[in-house]
Structure formats: structure tokens, C-alpha cells
Design a protein around this ligand. Sequence first.
Ligand code: 5AD
Ligand code: SF4
Length: 436
Amino acid sequence: MSAPKKLFIKTYGCQMNVYDSERMAEALGAKGYVPTDTADDADMILLNTCHIREKAAEKVYSELGRFKGLKAEKPDLKIGVAGCVAQAEGQEIMRRQPLVDLVVGPQSYHRLPAMDDAVRSGEKALDTDFPEDDKFDTLRSRAKAKRGPTAFLTVQEGCDKFCAFCVVPYTRGAEVSRPADRIFREAQELVDQGVREITLLGQNVNAYHGHPQGLAGLIWALDKIDGLARIRFTTSHPNDMDEALIAAHGTCDKLMPYLHLPVQSGSDRILKAMNRKHTAENYLRLIERIRAARPDILLSGDFIVGFPGETDQDFEDTMQLVRDVHYGQAYSFKYSTRPGTPAAEKPQLPEDVMNERLQRLQALLREQQQATQASMVGREVKVLFEKAGREVGQMIGKSEYLHAVYAKAPAEVLGQVRRVKIIEDSPNSLAGALVD
Ligand code: 5AD
Ligand code: SF4
């Protein structure tokens, strides 16, 4: 038998790509590939890319340029581009970077084994179709190896919302939900392999309709799996937060008190121009209902500053919304023009205006994040321990609120949910002590 071929996958962007990279590794595992964590000894390099902002897309080309020397030393090395840049730019990638042998869009990963045959026989391979068949059905079931205590599980892909700034509806296509029974089986398999926490993923995960009762129905179905301790989901759209899902935050013990609910802007004028189909007021009322169901929920969000036409007053409205909500954590970005999206046609704001607004917004968000972390000191949380820390005897896990928590603990806590009293907060984590 010949030596196994080595596969190096570098993942950019969101958690859906992390999940997809795992599934690509499994698909190519069937062709004799084993994962490696350096590009240097790989027989195939795959970049699983992100197209959400210009910087993310450009990174791919600079990374590809760095493989020139490797490819010269090792002519059998195959280089592939997957993910959203692959979908958006297709053939153009091979034109711009002739080193690339393979381009595969996010809906075609189940075709990787056949594409591997093609590139091994010296051809170039390109597949950016949106096939009718479900790629996850055709991919082998997940490898039987033992896993860590947390896992991602994609339940929904694509987006029909068409926010004016966003490439996702073009790169990932229309909203598609995987049937609940298949997700249930996959979740059960993960739990059998040692997983205690599953994060359900989707570009618009709360628009999930693979269960008659939507995402809440799926969560309640997964709630029945013995051994599964925690359920999370991301990313949600405010307009798809239905009553059942809000209620589940108060009544489903396995559903964690953390919600990422992007609003993007606090100005109704800008929200309209963004085609968000909700107002700032709608969002604030929604947050009230969610907090009524689960008062301690930690809220997270996404913001864009400098959307075309954003005035000083529009930006102040965003700052005010942030003050009104008080986020535990959030992401904020300068608007980035994406070719093919409606907002790309509009006059852009000067860079220095965007920079100044981003700095102010980030300072406010940081202040709120730090205040939230500081408020945890003295409280008891439940931590799912995931790995050993750098210091001897130290273990790291996540609280219900997704805070990283360090504690001195024996190795046996790995994979367990344990009570921890928080002693100290630092900018990105909390330190605590085991209670029992
Ligand atoms: N420019 C800046 N940020 C963007 N996002 C999406 N598209 C753009 C863009 N063109 C942000 C949004 C979204 C997050 C995933 O990325 O805030 O919620
Ligand atoms: Fe993009 Fe808007 Fe869809 Fe989110 S809801 S993926 S921001 S189009």
C-alpha cells in the first residue's frame, strides 16, 4: 500500500467554514488523505476562504503566492481554493494564480474525491455549481474517531435576506435547511464520540425550517439526546426570532444563555438603506422580550460603520442603540464594498470618517464587554472544560455565557460541566476556582 497523502486545510472566516473544512477532510479521507497541520509536507493544500469583506478575499491571493516555492520543490503538490472566494470568483482565481489546480464552491464539497482524480491526472478542476443533491447527505458520515467536547453542526445554509452590503446570498445561495432527522442522527453520532456541546450553524440559523416547529422544534428534539449537555446556535436574524425560540431560552435547560443577534446599525434610515426590514425600535422591543424570557442572557451583535450615506447622526443612533442594549460581546466592521451587491453602486464614505467611527464604537463595545466580564466576578458559573491550559494543572473551558474560564483542576474535568466560582476578570477571559 502506498503511503497516505497529506492534506493541509487552512480555514478563514466564519464557523461554517470550520465545519466545512472538517467535512472536506472526511471526503478526501476516502481517497487516502490524512490531515497534516503544516503546508510544508502536504500533498494537497486547500484554502477554505471567506469573501465577506475585501481584506478577507485579498488574503487568499497573498497566501497563494507564498506557495510558489513549495510547488516548485514538489511538482505533485496540488493546491485548491474552496469556500466563498471560490464561489464568487471561480475561474478568475486560476487566471490570477496559475498555481491553483482546483476551485470548489461551498455546495460542491462532496465532489472533491472526483476532483482529486482529475487533478492527479494533471487536469485543472472547477466546480462552483449549486447542485440539487445535499452535499452533507453524500459526504460520508462523520469519522468515528474520538472528539473534543464541543462541535459545530451546520443545519442551514444560505440567505434570502439580501442585505444591501452582503455577498452571502450570492456566494452561499438561497436558504436551505437540512431535515431534522438527519441532524438528529449526526448529533447523536457526535455525542457517541464524546461531544457534550453542539453549536448549530447557519448563515440564518433561526430561519431554519427543516422541522415543523422551526429551530425551536429542532432544539427541543436535540434536547432529548442523553449525554448532550449544551446547545447553542448562530447566526440569527432579528426578523426570524419567533415566539417559540424566544420561549426556549427560558425553558430549555440545555439551551445556553447566549445569543448573537446582529443589528448592523441603530439608524432607521440606514437600516432601510441596508434592506434589513426592521427598525431600531423593533430590535429593542425584541431584546426586551428575549430578556424577559431569560434575564441573564448574554447578547452579542455585529455592526457596520460607514455604510454609504451614513451621517454623524446615523452613527450617533448606532451608539445610542448600543448603550440601550448593553452587549456582553460584539463584532464591528468598517463597511467594505463588495462587487455585485446593491450598496457597491453608492458613493463611499471617506476612510478617515469610517476609522474614527469604528474606533468610537469599538471603545464603547469594549467598555460594555469589560463591564460584563467584571460583573461575573464572585458569581458561580458552569464550565464545560475543553483543554489543558499553558500553566501546569490549569484547565480551560467555557461558561454558559461563552466566556473562556481558567481554573486549577485535575485532567479528569475535561469533557465535564463543573461549577466554578469566578475570582478575577481579564480582557479576554475569566479565572475561577472549582466549587466541588
Ligand atoms: N462590509 C463590512 N461588514 C460586512 N459584513 C457583512 N458584509 C459586510 C461588508 N460588506 C458583516 C456584517 C455581518 C458579519 C458577518 O459581517 O456585520 O453580520
Ligand atoms: Fe448577509 Fe444579511 Fe443574509 Fe446576514 S442576513 S447573511 S448580513 S444578507
